[in-house]
Design a protein around this ligand. Structure first.
Ligand SMILES: *[C@@H]1O[C@H](CO)[C@@H](O)[C@H](O)[C@H]1NC(C)=O
Ligand SMILES: *[C@@H]1O[C@H](CO)[C@@H](O)[C@H](O)[C@H]1NC(C)=O
Length: 989
């Protein structure tokens, strides 16, 4: 094009060569000016962005300075002075994305993951014409993915996971032909996904897992799709787990040449696993928790890169292919809970760096493989419930990496390899139900806290060196041949909770100095030959709930101190005990605890032993005066009793006048008379506005219930009547792991009883708030600390309960009185929501209902109550937020020493940008999980937002946030065990 490069003659005339120089300089200047102008413009966009997000403190460093350009800020990447990337991860952004973000014309990557952005899919981003990479995961987006999303035609990476997107995944997604990475996992899609996704030929990662609400569909079976599937030559990572998929696994998946990780777990796929595999690079195969049948394909034994093979919880049969045992990369083998048979290939471990080997609950036979720990990396070993036999290999004793060894219920014989007891990292050793023999070890590994070795042939004495087993929590050696005495040294183990030594040949007397057995809750020494008295010190073990000393040769009186214990189970039968049983044990709950002790007697006949008969004996020795005095006293007694009976019969008339009507909500193992007889003073464990609460042991196996008695004398007032009806209607109809169980109700004309499962650890408030801790109720001692993991567990449990009420019941339920005293804790600190007296059903989620009056508790009341009585489930979210703040700060919701309620106080602190760690409860502050605690605190802040619409819902998404909390700040959370995510299910309990 010479015409353009050489200027026309007259122009050449006016611009001689030298005159070009200033011009070039000027152009340079112009271009510099242009660049700095672009920089200025882009800087302005950034500052507008920050403003529109209400200046989150995480962006405080976004201030213009002369010394460095915004291109140096950590969130930003530029090319030639123009912004190309915004990485705004986990910055507490709570507002939507403004349209002017696309004024950054060169933006190719936008990452907004782990924020709290609400609203629909941000279609404003269509104007970002160069966008290649978009990550919106872990936010609060909802609604559909727009059907014109294919306008973002350059997208190569689209990550929308862990939001609340619903409806269908539109076919337009499959028209983004350049996609390399597509993550749609963990959302609320309740429609279908386009089969055309299988066919995106550049796709390297496709993650659709954890979308349980998809309309059930088959894995692609039809020919055209399968043919397309074959074009997905780039696919390396395919995850379809936890989806309602049916049909079988198509062979073409295993034909994807580059496939490296395949996850199809917890779906409904059935039939057999394809037997041909072209994907030679497979590293991970996870087909667990399906209905797969048939054999494990032999060709798996040729996958040289296979690292993890998980086929557990299927119905696979046949043997374990030999080839698998010698794969060089194999680390993780999980084949438990199938119908596998034959022997375990002996080469397992010989060529592979095995870390986990789990084949439990199958029908495997033959010997234990010799070389499992050859690579020196094995930490998990589970072969329980098979028919394995022979001796355990000595090599197992030289495997210092082992953490858990579960070999129970097989046919192993011979001795336990000596080194195993001392294995440096071992925490649990389960050997029960074999034919093993040998003596107890002198020493144990420091970390061992659980030994189960019952039903074997171990013999010899419990040595005095047992005192060195310091960290033991559970020791079960029942049904062996142990002899000698129970040594005093066994009683110094400070963490021991469970000691089971029944059915051995122990003899001698019991040690008396047992005060350091502080943690013990279960003691079983039955079926031995122990003699001498029962030490009264047993009565001072604070946590003992189960005591079985039956079938020994114990003699003497039963120490009255035993009566102080809160025993669920007591068995002292078949001994040589004598004298009267302690008054406190004369209770129908213990009527099978004493038989077959010829010298023992009780003052009541229902105890199924002799009735004591000492009175007549004494009488014969007394003189006349005494007889007279006694006679007068007796007369007065009779008078008193008569008076008392008259009163009592008045008081309890309702029970006997009208027959009580019992409405069961599930199978019961007690009758109404068990309940009615327990309604007495000593059983009262609390009382509140609506009446008293009793703890009642209802039968001889120690089953315990809590009974709420509404009203007593007067007619039930209307308000209480309503609360009773609400509680019965709602709790009688819903069952959920995290909602307290109503077993039955008993009603008479003037009184109502609600019978619930008994919750050993009482209510959450007692654990959190010092002032309430002094309460002797439930034995919650003043110094008991609720550690952080338990608090997190409680928060999760309560969230699941609420989530269920709000979303998964046929009519959604608002509780209206969520508070820490209505969150009850069972023996394992599982949270259960209780007290539905104020609860209301809604026609559908989100619907607002009119309340005639403000209900609920101060400190937990959502602010909208101030201006409206129309409320929806967001009021529960508010109250739950207050509970989260209580859990993290340890403060009371409405502390009288403070001017503000907890929610306002926390907002105030947070708003001033002070470090959150300053307000964390001292009891948990010294904690490696401080980040996690701060995240839960922030969640509390978020839930107590003034505007109901800005609060999150209790939906699954919300739980993900909470559950993801352990991993926030650790962007690798996706690499955590995916099983972790099951427990978040909100509706499967
Ligand atoms: C995009 O970046 C290039 C340099 O890479 C620059 O020349 C151009 O002006 C930028 N465009 C805009 C609209 O900022
Ligand atoms: C899917 O979910 C959305 C949002 O929750 C709802 O509006 C829609 O009706 C649901 N669709 C179906 C088919 O259930």
């Amino acid at each position: 094009m010479p015409r353009l490069t050489s200027p026309p003659p007259h122009i050449r005339f006016f611009f001689p060569f030298f005159s070009y120089i200033p011009c070039v300089v000027f152009l340079c200047f112009l271009s510099h000016a242009a660049e700095s102008q672009i920089q200025d413009q882009e800087l302005q966009v950034l500052s507008k962005l920050r403003q529109s997000w209400q200046d989150p403190s995480s962006l405080d460093h976004w201030v213009a300075s002369n010394s460095s350009s915004h291109c140096a800020w950590p969130e930003i990447k530029c090319q030639e002075g123009s912004i190309t990337e915004l990485n705004l991860v986990n910055l507490n952004i709570n507002y939507s994305i403004p349209p002017f973000v696309c004024d950054l014309k060169n933006l190719t990557k936008l990452d907004l993951s782990y924020n709290n952005i609400p609203g629909e899919f941000p279609a404003v981003l269509y104007n970002c014409s160069k966008l290649v990479y978009l990550d919106l995961s872990q936010n609060y987006f909802e609604g559909p993915i727009p059907s014109d999303i294919n306008r973002m035609a350059d997208l190569q990476v689209l990550i929308l996971a862990a939001n609340s997107f619903s409806f269908d995944v539109p076919a337009s997604v499959a028209r983004l032909r350049r996609l390399r990475i597509l993550h749609l996992y963990m959302s609320e899609y309740n429609g279908t996904y386009p089969e055309e996704i299988f066919g995106l030929s550049d796709l390297e990662e496709l993650r659709l897992e954890y979308n349980k609400k998809f309309v059930p569909s088959q894995l692609p079976q039809n020919f055209t799709v399968l043919k397309k599937l074959r074009d997905m030559e780039a696919l390396e990572h395919l995850d379809l787990g936890i989806n309602p998929l049916t049909g079988e696994i198509p062979g073409s998946i295993f034909a994807l040449r580059n496939l490296s990780e395949l996850y199809v777990y917890e779906t409904y796929v059935s039939k057999s696993i394809p037997q041909a595999v072209r994907a030679a690079n497979l590293r991970v195969i996870d087909l667990s928790l399906n209905n797969l049948m048939g054999n494990i394909p032999e060709v798996f034994g040729q996958l040289k890169n296979l690292y993890s093979l998980n086929l557990e919880f299927n119905q696979l049969s046949g043997g374990i292919p030999e080839g698998i045992a010698s794969l060089p990369a194999l680390s993780d083998v999980r084949l438990s809970n199938n119908n596998l048979s034959g022997t375990i290939p002996p080469d397992f471990g010989k060529f592979s760096p095995l870390r986990r080997f789990e084949v439990a609950f199958n029908n495997l036979t033959g010997a234990f493989p010799e070389q499992l720990c050859h690579g020196g990396t094995l930490f998990g070993l589970a072969t329980m419930n098979n028919n394995l036999s022979g001796e355990l290999p000595e090599s197992l004793g030289n495997c210092s990496t082992l953490l858990e060894v579960m070999l129970n219920n097989n046919g192993f014989t011979g001795k336990v390899p000596g080194g195993l007891w001392m294995s440096r990292n071992l925490t649990a050793l389960l050997l029960s139900g074999n034919g093993l023999t040998g003596e107890l070890p002198k020493e144990l590994s420091r970390k061992l806290n659980r030994i189960e070795m019952s039903n074997n042939k171990f013999f010899g004495k419990i040595l005095s060196t047992v005192s060195s087993w310091r960290n033991l929590v559970v020791f079960d050696a029942s049904n062996n041949l142990l002899s000698g005495t129970v040594p005093a040294e066994l009683t110094v183990l400070p963490s021991l909770t469970t000691l089971l030594l029944g059915q051995n040949k122990l003899s001698g007397i019991l040690p008396t100095d047992i005060v350091s057995w502080k943690s013990l809750n279960t003691l079983n020494l039955s079926h031995n030959k122990i003699s001498g008295p029962i030490p009264s010190e047993i009565g001072f073990l604070p946590g003992l709930t189960q005591l079985d000393l039956s079938d020994n040769q114990l003699s003497g009186l039963i120490p009255p101190e035993i009566g102080q214990l809160n025993l669920n189970r007591l068995n002292l039968s078949s001994n040589r005990l004598s004298g009267p049983i302690p008054a406190k044990l004369e209770n129908a709950a213990y009527d099978t605890s004493f038989p077959n002790n010829p010298g023992l007697c009780a003052s009541n006949s229902f105890m199924r032993i002799n009735v004591c008969n000492t009175q007549s004996h004494r009488l014969s020795k007394t003189n006349l005066t005494l007889i007279v005095i006694l006679a007068i006293a007796a007369a007065m007694c009779v008078l008193l009793v008569v008076l008392f009976m008259i009163r009592a019969s008045r008081k309890n008339r309702d029970w006997f006048d009208s027959t009580p009507k019992l409405t069961p909500f599930q199978r019961l193992n007690f009758t109404e008379s068990n309940i009615l007889s327990g309604l007495k003073g000593p059983n009262v464990i609390g009382s509140g506005g609506s009446g008293k609460v009793y703890r009642i042991v209802v039968n001889s196996s120690g089953d315990t219930v809590a009974v709420k008695r509404i009203s007593n004398n007067q007619k039930l007032n209307e308000k209480l009547e309503k609360q009773f009806a609400a509680e019965v209607e709602i709790l009688g109809n819903i069952k959920h792991r995290h909602i307290v169980k109503l077993l039955c109700c008993i009603s008479c004309e003037h009184s109502k009883l609600l019978v619930y499962e008994y919750m050993e650890n009482g209510s959450l408030d007692r654990w959190l708030h010092k002032k309430k801790r002094l309460s002797p109720i439930l034995g919650v001692a003043n110094n008991m600390i609720l550690e952080w993991p338990k608090r997190l567990q409680i928060a999760l449990g309560a969230a699941k309960g609420l989530c269920y009420m709000h979303n998964d019941c046929s009519s959604p339920i608002i509780h209206r009185d969520v508070k820490s005293s209505n969150i009850l804790l069972d023996s394992e600190f599982n949270a259960k929501i209780a007290d539905f007296g104020l609860a209301r059903m809604l026609a559908e989620p989100g619907e607002a209902v009119s309340m005639t009056a403000v209900a609920g508790s101060f400190g937990y009341l959502a602010p909208e109550y101030a201006h409206t009585t129309r409320v929806n489930e967001k009021i529960d979210v508010y109250s739950f937020g207050v509970v989260l703040l209580e859990l993290t700060t340890g403060r009371e919701p409405n502390d009288r020493d403070e001017d503000m309620c907890l929610a306002d106080w926390a907002w105030f602190h947070f708003d001033q940008g002070k470090p959150i760690s300053d307000v964390i409860d001292e009891e948990i502050r010294d904690n490696s999980s401080l980040d996690q605690i701060c995240n839960v605190f922030k969640l509390g802040i978020f839930c107590t937002a003034k505007l109901p619409s800005t609060r999150p819902t209790m939906k699954e998404k919300f739980q993900h946030k909470l559950d993801a909390a352990p991993f926030l700040g650790n962007s690798k959370y996706e690499e955590m065990p995916r099983r972790y995510f099951h427990v978040l299910e909100c509706n499967t309990y």
